[in-house]
Each structure stands twice: as C-alpha cells, then as structure tokens.
Design a protein around this ligand. Sequence first.
Ligand SMILES: *Cc1c(COP(=O)(O)O)cnc(C)c1O
Length: 384
Amino acid sequence: MQHFAHNVSILKKQLLPHVRFMATVKADAYGHGAVEISKTALRAGAQQLGVASFEEGAVLREASITADILVFGALSEEGASAALAHRLTASVGSMQDLLWLQEAAEACHKQARIHVKIDTGMTRLGLRHIEDVVQLVQVANESSRIILEGIYTHFATSDEELFELLEPSDQENGSTIVPFVEQQRMRFEEVLQAVRELGIIIPIVHAANSAAALRNPRYQYDMVRFGIAMYGYQPLPIVDADLTLHSVMAVRSRITRIVDIMPGEAVSYGRTYIATRPEVIATVAIGYGDGIPRDLSNLGRVLVNGQCAQIVGRVCMDQLMIKVTDLVVQVGDIVTLYGADEGCGSILQATEQLDTIPYELLCRITARVPRVIIPAENLAEDRQ
Ligand SMILES: *Cc1c(COP(=O)(O)O)cnc(C)c1O
C-alpha cells in the first residue's frame, strides 16, 4: 500500500487545485482488492470512488465505505433499486434510465443522484444527440426525486500514440487532422454549452481517465477518474520524468519440487517442451486457475532469487514448470510472476509477449489467490 498511496499522492499533485480525485476501483480494484484499495485511496487524498456495477458498489457500502460512489455501467430496473438502497450514484444514458430511477426513488421516498453520460465517440454508453441531452437534463432538473449532480464522457484514444499528443494548433495550417481525443472534447463542449443555455448548472463535469488527465489539464474539468496510473502503470507513451509511479501488485508463488531431466524428456501437457540436453526443472504452485495466462506457456519469464527463469511446457491450472538449469534455487524459494518493474517477472514484459495491456493481466488474477496487503506505514507523510 506504500506504493499505492505514493501513486495517489503524486497523481493528486498533477491536478489543478479545484479538481476532484475519483479513484476507479472497478473489477475488484483492477484485481488488487476493492475494499482495501478504496480505503487507502480515500485516506491518501481521493475524494470519491468509481465502479462498474451496482454489485461492486454494494460491496463497498457493506464494508462501511461512505464516500460517494459513481457506477459507470448500464442501468436496469434492479440497478435503479440497488442505487437507491446503497446510495450509489447512477450513470444515466437514456430517458428509460431516468424513469427507472424516478420510480425506484418514489418507491422508497428518497432521491436518486445521477451523472448524465454523453457518448462523444466511444460508442459504448450514453446519449449521442444534443436534443436528447437537453430533454433529459430538463426532465431531471424538474424532478424532485432526482439530484442532477454530474455530466461526463469517456475518451477512446486518450492513451494513444505520439501523433495524438500534438496540440491541434501544431497541426493547423494545411493539416486538418485533429486528434480524436480533441474531437471528442469539442463535441462534449457543444453539449455543455447547450446545457448552459438552459440555465441549468450541473456541478461536476468530468471526462478524463488517467491518460487524459496527465496528457493535458484541459481534460481535467471538475474531476478526474484515475485508474491504471494509481496502480502504477504509465498510461501515456511519453513518460513525464517527474511522475514516477510504482507498480502496486506483485504476484508470487513458491517452488514445490526440483528435478533433473535427460535429453528427450518432456515437460507438462502435450509434451510441448522437450529437453535437448540435461536440464533442471522446477515446479511452481501457480497456474491459469490463478490468472496466469496459458499463453505464457514456453514463453513467460519469471524471477527467482534475482535470476531469470523461463516457463517451459504448458501452464497448467494450478501449476507451471520453469527451467532452472545453472540457477541457484531450492524448494521453497519465492518465484515472482509479476512484480518487477521491467524485464523478467514484470507485467510489462508479459504484456509485450502477449500483446495485451496491464489492465487485463491485473484483472485476471483470480479470487483464490490470497491478497496479502503490506500496510503503508508512512501514509500520513505521503498525504498532501
Ligand atoms: C475504467 C474507467 C476509467 C479509468 O481508466 P484508466 O485508464 O484506468 O485511468 C475511467 N472512466 C471510466 C468510465 C472507466 O470505465
């Protein structure tokens, strides 16, 4: 948690003074454990939380977390009831959503808090047309059962290549290509302008995930929805030297057996690895049932006692084998699958090998893997 709290506090320093910090803790806080992460984030300076579903929000309420929680995911009739029951803020992307919330609020004599979701080009959730936004905002504003607290959108390319990092002004004169993230922002501005013209003030306007927030302060609006950067991964292709993030999760297991094999002997299901010389093979108690991708078979590289070892043969559900020939290892030694900053035993190496992103590998770690939380002793010092 030291690393996590450090990340939160340095990210907070990247925000303009009035900007709220939302800690995005969906998917069990990207696999880290949502309750612990949420509590630490709030202590380290985050002001509110974001989750994907009403179930995820309810889990946090059951853990006595009282901060505001925005649910990004789609509403349903059941979702609307859950929003009221657990005081979760709902994302509203249609008139139907609004009606469900109004009914649920009537039924329990409460008020529903909403953030209106605008689709500016992600084509995932939200209202696409300004007329629909205008109509919905007017209805919401007049309803005594609805608190119209926020309006937001989500960018599709905020973490993309260097070209996207150019300012539109750099590209004027001759070139008419505007980065898509800018096109989305301009579309969002049109929507905000239409709402302003109604004379309706929506207190919390937001658009940025980690990448957008760090890319340009103009994307920060009133709040930033930080996710991947809090967990220690640089979201942008250009790395700001002042922004040293530390990876929060390490995935470790132990060597349970070591054997010598002869040339011609094979390892694991399907005999996909066959030794061509005498080798030493160690068994490690972790597999795809724990979330280690089977695609790392004969590919992944782990860290043992500071040495690099290759996964050989297929990754099994509960175990995998590594080649430790010429390495100094014994039964019981700790094996780091993820946790190094780069190279062997790092998530970054695995994302390159598998052509995926840290988000996916973090989320894949399954519930049966015990989360051991190392407390952040100096949290008070880190806090700003
Ligand atoms: C997941 C998510 C985020 C966080 O994105 P990061 O890239 O991890 O910072 C923000 N907003 C929404 C709507 C999301 O779904």
